[in-house]
Design a protein around this ligand. Structure first.
Ligand code: PGA
Length: 254
């Protein structure tokens, strides 16, 4: 079975004390992760090492950066490079979250550079895609998402695409409480997998973990994760509450 992943995206939330309390609650909970399960904690940069000290004790649990610079090094005040993350043994980074695309104007081209640098430094991207409400209402979401994938990912080799992690996050469902139905999620995930299959073949597309994101919570995770092409979730708001995220982790396919 390809990896089933529960990824937390804390965004710019929690002070250090709250962050450590939440981490303690998660690492001390009775979660049983099997070999196919992966839990990622997408924490703000300053917390990465401290949270990592705790997650390192739990097989299958890792920290994850929320971003990575699109250039190697140099005069880019405030940026954090792939080399820096690699030096801290950070193995995952969220790339192309819709908030980065919208507020920081990250284009598909810039995201392609970020993906390249992440891979160069041994960091697994959690690559986000997804359409706005306008696009969904004009029923062009499939071609919109396809373009995001083609322009940022399809220069990669088949070997690089193997076991890749993609998060489909319809923007109209992020932080709005409005979740896509499990059927809408399945429909888009199947589309994403078929587009990858056309480019790289079925054997590779079957290894790609496609997470759903957008108002996932304890009460809806199991139904969404049960769909055949949904391999877990990228979770914002509900990942800030230990009990909620705990239940979401337990909702991964067994
Ligand atoms: P949400 O955020 O779960 O709060 O909707 C998801 C995300 O932005 O990754």
């Amino acid at each position: 079975m390809r990896k089933q992943i529960a990824a937390a995206n804390w965004k710019m939330n929690l002070n250090l004390q709250q962050a450590m309390e939440l981490t303690d609650q998660l690492v001390n909970s009775d979660i049983h992760l099997n070999e196919a399960h992966q839990v990622l904690l997408g924490v703000p940069f300053p917390y990465l090492l401290k949270v990592k000290e705790k997650t390192d004790k739990i097989p299958g649990m890792s920290v994850c950066a929320q971003n990575i610079a699109s250039t190697k090094n140099g005069a880019y005040t405030g940026e954090v490079s792939g080399e820096m993350l690699q030096g801290m043994n950070i193995e995952f980074a969220i790339i192309g979250h819709s908030e980065r695309r919208e507020y920081f104007k990250e284009s598909n081209d810039v995201l392609a550079s970020k993906v390249n640098l992440a891979l160069e430094y041994g960091i697994n991207p959690v690559f986000c895609c997804g359409e706005s409400l306008n696009v969904r209402e004009s029923n062009t979401q499939n071609s919109f998402v396809e373009k995001q994938l083609k322009e940022s990912l399809f220069h990669l080799t088949a070997n690089q695409m193997k076991n890749f992690i993609i998060a489909y996050e319809p923007i109209w469902a992020i932080g709005t409480g409005k979740t896509a139905t499990s059927d809408q999620a399945q429909e888009m995930h199947a589309h994403i997998r078929s587009v990858i299959s056309q480019q790289y073949g079925k054997e590779i597309s079957d290894t790609v973990s496609i997470l759903y994101g957008g108002s996932v919570k304890a009460s809806n995770a199991a139904e969404i994760f049960n769909k055949p092409d949904v391999d877990g979730g990228l979770v914002g708001g509900a990942s800030l509450v230990a009990n909620e995220f705990d239940t979401i982790i337990k909702s991964l396919k067994k």
